[in-house]
Design a protein around this ligand. Structure first.
Ligand SMILES: *[C@@H]1O[C@H](CO)[C@@H](O)[C@H](O)[C@H]1NC(C)=O
Ligand SMILES: *[C@@H]1O[C@H](CO)[C@@H](O)[C@H](O)[C@H]1NC(C)=O
Ligand SMILES: *[C@@H]1O[C@H](CO)[C@@H](O)[C@H](O)[C@H]1NC(C)=O
Ligand SMILES: [Cu+2]
Length: 602
């Protein structure tokens, strides 16, 4: 297998552990204090020296500033990028308010060994993980400390934002950018029936591809289980990574000389860390790369005595990926906002596209399991239209099992080679919730075009509208002042009986597009792709959908869906959430070049 190497330990502030820094600081006589200070200094120096010697023996790079980083509770040897979640702190308690103070800056970091300017929240990348439960309120004070007049915004991907449309963060639609020097308070009440793997990211310009994102987990309240029955949960923020800035990657794509070929990423990050092989860099794009020892990124610490669940988010700008844990079996449980799916025990699960989430039960394989193994992430290379020789499309990250692997269950069962996330169906019958037909059908056509009058740059269109953000944003303007770059069909809101709306989203492109709808989950009633003809569907003109009857029984509920090329998808939602809700392709390069619109539910 092509390979992986290593990464640097996550930068930590140069602080002593609180335990050492504050220990024994009770008032003392001067001589005692001096003796204590001396002893303290001596012990610290010896400890630091011992640590450095150990590091040198292991052949690892040393950063004395990070040498005192917090030890991982399970593993004190290697640097771990495992983000352990804490359902036990959330599922049993009453709903509450969490208040966060975030300061957004930029800084030079080496997420995969290559130096790059990234966005930081409170000095960390990725941003801090938010954990909450259904019904909690999140109050996030976001202070913009960026330079050069750069604005920002934060969007909570997957949350309903009921009665809080102006907290949705969609710049140009529901807010103007938060300007440098100012603070914006996001005040979000999570619906009492919402839970699942969400994430937050900037919805301004191209910031999310340079790291302005983080995890947002909404735990489902539990009454029937005890703490020891809860699975061990791990967050995996996985995505593509570019060594150029996102602005440069977009410029490269938009350049008429690039013939509409999306910029191919250079690397893969898991929880903000990667393992770039410096020798992969191409002379045309030299990088400041530090080669560091390989097996040092501990992406997961799994416990063989417990149930382990991975909550996986594709935080990338462009690429889809599949993943496996060698010597383990993955069973998909839910997608997006916690919607149960019929999953099969499989060796590989994929492809997960930007904005999509899946939760996976991970169990040691009954056949072969090793305490030390690998999490292997491989890009979906199909959409890549040129070969980026700087990229190794498969990266592996180390995984450690703890506990007794041999005592695991040896029950025989079918294990599939691969589970395809595009072919999922709901775990339970959905037809009780869904009406036979919708009240309103909105037909849309999306495509990417290079038109001479806009410089032969590739631009995304939905029904001939190439979206660009308007300022002030639509929420602050009457409808008749919205400009021609805004496609915003109206849907009448009724509190008593909200309308059911079908979006027939035709994709005329040769590319698939992961479409995301803000503020609402939708059911995927149908999807169709045809390589023989252009498999569009217009219910006003065609007697029958080419993809066959809608499936109201196994329709999966989602908020992001990979709409087939040369085909269509039918997405049904209930317009019970008034507001301006953006819908766009989650490939950042397509979104930024116009593949976006909104629905006006009022
Ligand atoms: C939750 O709130 C209810 C009603 O106020 C209270 O009776 C109960 O003790 C609370 N539960 C917990 C776990 O705090
Ligand atoms: C958040 O919104 C709720 C409901 O509108 C309000 O009661 C609360 O005071 C707000 N909190 C802050 C910090 O603005
Ligand atoms: C998009 O275009 C199609 C075909 O012209 C039309 O039927 C449909 O109503 C349009 N949708 C919107 C929201 O304007
Ligand atoms: Cu797209």
């Amino acid at each position: 297998m092509k390979w992986m190497r290593m990464s640097r330990r996550r930068s930590q502030p140069a602080a002593l552990p609180a335990e050492i820094a504050t220990r024994d600081f009770v008032p003392q006589a001067p001589s005692q204090r001096r003796r204590f200070t001396f002893t303290f200094a001596l012990v610290s120096t010896l400890l630091l020296a011992a640590f450095l010697i150990l590091q040198i023996q292991r052949g690892r790079p040393i950063n004395p500033l990070t040498a005192w980083s917090q030890p991982d509770p399970v593993n004190t040897e290697d640097s771990s990028s495992d983000i352990r979640l804490h359902p036990e702190e959330h599922v049993f308690r009453n709903a509450t308010t969490h208040t966060f103070h975030w300061r957004v800056t930029t800084g030079k970091r080496r997420p995969d060994g290559v130096l790059k300017r990234v966005y930081l929240i409170n000095n960390v990348f990725p941003g801090p993980t938010i954990e909450a439960r259904s019904g909690d309120r999140l109050v996030i004070h976001v202070e913009n400390r960026l330079e050069d007049g750069e604005g920002l915004s934060i969007h909570a991907h997957g949350l309903q934002m009921r009665w809080a449309n102006d907290m949705d963060g969609a710049v140009g639609i529901t807010q103007d950018p938060v300007l440098p020097g100012s603070t914006f308070t996001y005040n979000i009440t999570i619906d009492s029936d919402q839970h699942g793997t969400m994430w937050y990211h900037s919805h301004f310009a191209e910031q999310r591809a340079d790291g302005l994102y983080g995890g947002l987990i909404v735990h489902q309240p539990q009454t029937q289980v005890s703490s020891s029955d809860l699975p061990l949960e791990h967050l995996l923020l996985v995505g593509d990574w570019y060594h150029r800035t996102a602005v440069e990657a977009l410029e490269r794509y938009m350049h008429p000389g690039a013939f509409g070929l999306e910029t191919v990423p250079d690397s893969i990050l898991v929880n903000g860390r990667g393992a770039y092989r410096c020798s992969d860099a191409v002379p045309a794009r030299p990088v400041d790369c530090l080669a560091v020892d390989s097996a040092s990124i501990r992406a997961l610490n799994l416990d063989a005595t417990r149930k382990n669940v991975l909550r996986v988010v594709n935080v990338g700008a462009y690429a889809g990926f599949e993943m496996s844990v060698l010597g383990a079996v993955l069973t998909p449980l839910t997608v997006d906002g916690g919607h149960d799916i019929k999953g099969f025990a499989s060796k590989t699960v994929g492809f997960l596209h930007p904005g999509e989430r899946v939760s996976l039960l991970v169990e040691p394989s009954p056949v072969a399991a090793h305490y030390k193994t690998d999490l292997v992430v491989t890009f979906d290379e199909d959409p890549f239209k040129y070969e980026n020789s700087a990229l190794t499309p498969t990266h592996a990250f180390s995984v450690q099992w703890h506990g007794d692997l041999l005592r695991r269950s040896k029950t025989e069962r079918a294990i599939f080679q691969r589970f395809d996330i595009q072919d999922i169906s709901a775990a339970n019958d959905q037809s009780k919730e869904l009406p036979e037909t919708a009240d309103q059908v909105i037909v849309l056509y999306t495509t990417t075009q290079k038109l001479a009058h806009i410089g032969n740059e590739p631009h995304g269109f939905i029904n001939n509208t190439m979206w660009t953000p308007q300022s002030p944003s639509l929420i602050d303007l009457p409808r008749n002042q919205w400009n021609k770059q805004q496609l915003v069909p109206q849907i009448t809101y009724s509190e008593a009986s909200p309308l059911w709306v079908d979006i027939v989203l035709n994709n005329l492109d040769e590319d698939w597009h992961p479409f995301h709808l803000h503020g609402n989950d939708f059911w995927v009633l149908s999807k169709y792709s045809s390589d023989l003809n252009w498999g569009s569907y217009n219910p006003y003109e065609d007697s029958a959908p080419p993809g066959g009857k809608y499936d109201l029984v196994r329709a999966i509920k989602r908020d992001t869906f990979y709409v087939p090329r040369r085909g269509y998808a039918v997405l049904r939602f209930r317009a019970d959430n008034p507001g301006l809700w953006m819908m766009h392709c989650h490939v950042l390069w397509h979104q930024a070049s116009g593949m976006a619109m909104a629905f006006d539910v009022r």
